[in-house]
Write a protein that binds this ligand. Structure first.
Ligand code: NAD
Length: 310
């Protein structure tokens, strides 16, 4: 009997990956991300994207599950430890969308720095008060990279044409792994202390996974020590930045601005956040390029098919 896969976010996985599963001899069904009404014991494999929670309760019901495929990088919607205990393999696609997210991060840096969203609205409203848009250039800024993985290092590589200084904080990498990385081009300085990076940076960009240890990594204490003109960019996960503390700072103009692709609640409903003038928001679209969309789904499925030759 062929293995059965349940795809829970059809709109967000690439059709080529579904094709690969079918060619691999698997039977494919579809559902919504809410699995409460699904007969999970019928499935050998769950193929999920971002909004399906594969937690203990789901695993308890999915009695025949052998693998979880996650089209994407972060595994915060999957209880990986619990999967391990139950001998359920987890596949994802590390690095598959790094190029897209790094580019989006840079787009957000410039959007905030040059007040692009505000300027766009200004022109559409028939205004032409150019003096309101005196802004800053990226050159001579210190850029702090928090998390020097696939995305963090590509941000450095792509921004290397600018006359900027890079600092990096990543306690899981050695000085050599950071400073001698090909993407670093001898221009990145590793710091052992996050607070030192925060104090010294003009632009701070976050690229860490969401885990208990990184929840509110950037919180009240961290905002207090930022320079008054700091730009904070978060394209990682909402829970890494304490949104309430960020809003407080932005309301009081204690920061230059922020660019957010991810939120504690998605979509964000907090009017205080949505009303801020010094913030640029995108709807978790950093990885949404045609190329990354395909890579994320196909790479994860290929990993699965390598192990489970049906
Ligand atoms: P990666 O695994 O290559 O890099 C993550 C880095 O963070 C690693 O080098 C790790 O050592 C470091 N790290 C872990 N804990 C840390 C801590 N406490 N302090 C500092 N560094 C720490 O992952 P990546 O591909 O660079 O992606 C980073 C994150 O971006 C993902 O985990 C995911 O949550 C997020 N992401 C978001 C989108 C989006 O659409 N906005 C898309 C892809 C990834």
């Amino acid at each position: 009997m062929s293995m059965k896969v349940l795809v829970t976010e059809k709109k967000h996985v690439h059709e080529d990956s579904i094709e690969l599963l079918r060619k691999g001899g698997l039977e494919v069904d579809f559902s919504e991300p809410d699995l409460s009404k699904v007969k999970l014991e019928d499935y050998d494999v769950l193929f999920v994207r971002t909004y399906t929670r594969v937690d203990k309760k789901v695993l308890d019901r999915a009695k025949n599950l052998k693998a979880v495929i996650r089209a994407g990088v972060g595994l915060d919607n999957i209880d990986v430890e619990e999967c391990k205990k139950r001998n359920i393999r987890v596949y994802h696609s590390p690095g598959s969308n790094a190029n897209a997210v790094a580019s989006h991060t840079i787009a957000l840096i410039f959007a905030v720095l040059r007040r692009i969203a505000k300027a766009d609205k200004h022109v559409r409203e028939g205004k032409w008060n150019r003096e309101e848009f005196l802004s800053h250039e990226l050159d001579e800024k210190v850029i702090g990279i928090v998390g020097f993985g696939a995305i963090g290092r590509l941000v450095v590589k792509k921004l290397s044409g600018f006359d900027v200084e890079f600092l990096a904080y990543d306690p899981y990498l050695t000085r050599e792994q950071i400073e001698d990385a090909e993407e670093a081009r001898g221009r990145v300085k590793k710091l052992e202390d996050l607070h030192e990076l925060i104090r010294k940076s003009d632009i701070i960009t976050i690229h860490v996974p969401l885990m208990p240890e990184t929840r509110y990594l950037i919180g009240e204490k961290e905002f207090k020590i930022m320079k008054s003109h700091t730009i904070l960019i978060n394209t990682s996960r909402g829970g890494v930045v304490d949104e309430k503390a960020l809003i407080d700072c932005l309301k009081k103009d204690k920061l230059y601005g922020a660019g957010l692709d991810v939120f504690e609640e998605e979509p964000p409903k907090n009017q205080e956040l949505l009303n801020l003038h010094n913030i640029v928001l995108t709807p978790h679209t950093a990885a949404m390029t045609e190329q990354a969309h395909r890579n994320m789904s196909v790479q994860a499925v290929e990993g699965f098919l390598k192990d489970f030759k049906v």
